[in-house]
Design a binder for this molecule. Structure first.
Ligand code: BGC
Length: 520
């Protein structure tokens, strides 16, 4: 089957020696801390809305979002779908992603010219300042400025960390090591959820400061951590230090026998030197598959609708009739499912491959999204007025958990892994910025319009996202080649042997090299 073309490393003729060394593992764990700041932030955003029903509500919402406060106090409609429809509320959540989007373009140059590490450090440091301003906020302006700085931090970290991990990893373990980033995202989300659960109980009304200021902890971890990780051999070479690059490669691979891999890195670097303007070159026909995926993968990842659950889980559960505490607890449960299912992905990604996880996860997400929409629609109809029994609500939570698990072993990690491994060095930093920017743009859009969409589309919203999941699953089936087990600087082969993409990248080159075998 055309879409099922698979090439394995052995078949490409490359089989670099070298193992998973302690040095690589350490470096990857530290770098993956970059995911913590992003995750913590996602987790905090959701909870902020939940706090509207407790002390946090008194402290933040009454002060900064009086219109939501009044609305929730029962001054407006009993329609559950429209209860939390506030522009200010959503702007608070989404301002971060807009800044991350812009920052990712600057991060592209920093990552290319100064190395992946510098971007990680800068991202962490700016995020730290944002966390401090947020924790000390005296007005909505401080809240939003702080959040914007967090956005800049996230933009830099998300641009550099996935690249760092994919370049550092021995190709056989690239999937698992790269997913460390997503694992940290999920841990960050869960940590924020749990922290909020407790700060919510602080009656003196400063709990929200702990929650927002707490972002300083993951920020310090990545900022300090970035001093202890080496830069990747690819990046060192890109900055003209061949001896150091080779030394580094030997060190991280744990062997002196790195010539073949090193020569491939040199060839990739030479090719990259010919490209003076990555932003212009990326439009060239031969980079069409990478360009298409750098836009579609993050777009699809976001229109799975995952962040409706991540940002607004407590709002959603509250909408379903759970009490304040119970809804926060349910959000913690989905957070836990998210972490555990990510571990499954780590275990499978380099054995079963990316396509398997994308397809299996896509089908599972589709089923449970329709189940959630059906259950909510069955109870609330279009009027949005109903009370819901404990058993029924538990059924909805279970379906939501199955959906989250499916995302967590497919589009969650692969949405960061696949883009980071398919770009040739000469356009890697630029293309990764597109990936981050598109991801942030749609995260922003969904965060900004979700509450309005829920109010207008009601339970149909879940069918809407389910429809996208169907489209993306079919798309992956036909258009995404398997990238498992292919050395990163050898990746061009997968396009040349793909039934569709070969017309863009030039099939003829394949004859100049060792023929690639297809596996159906
Ligand atoms: C996505 C986020 C999402 C998170 C959930 C990440 O891969 O980029 O938007 O909130 O996964 O775990």
């Amino acid at each position: 089957m055309a879409g099922g073309v698979m090439v394995s490393a052995g078949e490409t003729g490359k089989n670099y020696p070298g193992k998973m060394t302690g040095a690589v593992l350490m470096a990857c764990v530290i770098a993956a801390f970059g995911g913590l700041i992003f995750g913590y932030d996602i987790g905090i955003s959701g909870e902020i809305h939940e706090k509207g029903w407790s002390y946090f509500y008194e402290a933040i919402f009454e002060r900064f979002f009086p219109s939501v406060y009044r609305k929730e106090s029962g001054l407006t409609s009993a329609n559950q779908y429209c209860k939390f429809d506030s522009e200010t509320l959503t702007l608070f959540t989404s301002s971060l992603y807009l800044l991350a989007l812009i920052a990712s373009f600057f991060a592209a140059s920093v990552t290319r010219l100064f190395g992946r590490r510098v971007s990680m450090f800068f991202g962490g440091a700016v995020f730290l300042v944002g966390a401090i301003i947020n924790g000390a906020a005296k007005n909505i302006a401080m809240l939003i400025i702080g959040r914007m700085l967090l956005g800049v931090g996230v933009g830099f970290a998300n641009q550099s960390v996935p690249l760092y991990l994919s370049e550092m990893a021995p190709y056989k373990y690239r999937g698992a090591l790269n997913i460390g980033f997503q694992l940290m995202i999920t841990i960050g989300i869960l940590a924020a959820n749990i922290l909020n659960f407790f700060t919510d109980k602080i009656k003196a009304g400063y709990g929200w400061r702990i929650s927002l200021g707490g972002a300083a902890v993951p920020a310090i971890m990545i900022t300090v951590g970035s001093f202890f990780v080496p830069d990747t051999p690819n990046s060192i070479l890109e900055r003209n230090n061949a001896t150091k690059a080779k030394e580094m490669l030997r060190k991280i691979r744990g062997t002196n026998d790195v010539d073949e891999e090193f020569n491939d890195l040199v060839a990739a670097t030479e090719a990259s030197k010919l490209v003076e303007h990555p932003w212009k070159n990326i439009w060239m026909r031969k980079y069409r598959p990478q360009l298409v995926f750098s836009v579609l993968i993050p777009f699809f990842q976001q229109v799975t609708g995952i962040n409706v659950i991540m940002f607004y889980a407590p709002v959603l559960f509250k909408t379903l009739g759970f009490g304040g505490n119970a809804s926060l607890m349910s959000a913690v449960i989905t957070g836990l499912v998210n972490v555990i299912a990510t571990l499954v992905s780590i275990a499978l990604v380099d054995r079963k491959g990316r396509r398997f996880l994308f397809l299996a996860g896509g089908i599972q997400m589709f089923i449970f999204q329709f189940a959630v929409g059906g259950l909510i629609g069955g109870k609330f109809g279009t009027s949005g007025v109903a009370t819901i029994s404990g058993g029924y609500a538990a059924g909805v939570v279970i379906c939501i958990c199955c959906y989250v698990a499916a995302f967590a072993w497919s589009w969650g990690p692969l949405g960061w892994l696949v883009p980071s491994e398919i770009y040739p060095l000469e356009i890697r930093s630029a293309a990764q910025s597109i990936n981050v920017a598109v991801n942030m743009l749609f995260t922003f859009i969904i965060a900004q319009v979700f509450l309005k969409m829920l109010c207008v589309m009601k339970f149909g919203l879940f069918f809407f996202f389910g429809g996208f999941v169907f489209i993306m699953t079919v798309f992956v089936y036909f258009f995404l080649p398997e990238t498992k087990g292919i050395p990163i600087e050898e990746m061009s082969r997968v396009w040349r042997s793909h039934w569709y993409w070969k017309r863009f990248v030039g099939e003829e080159e394949i004859e100049l090299e060792k023929p690639v075998k297809f596996v159906a």
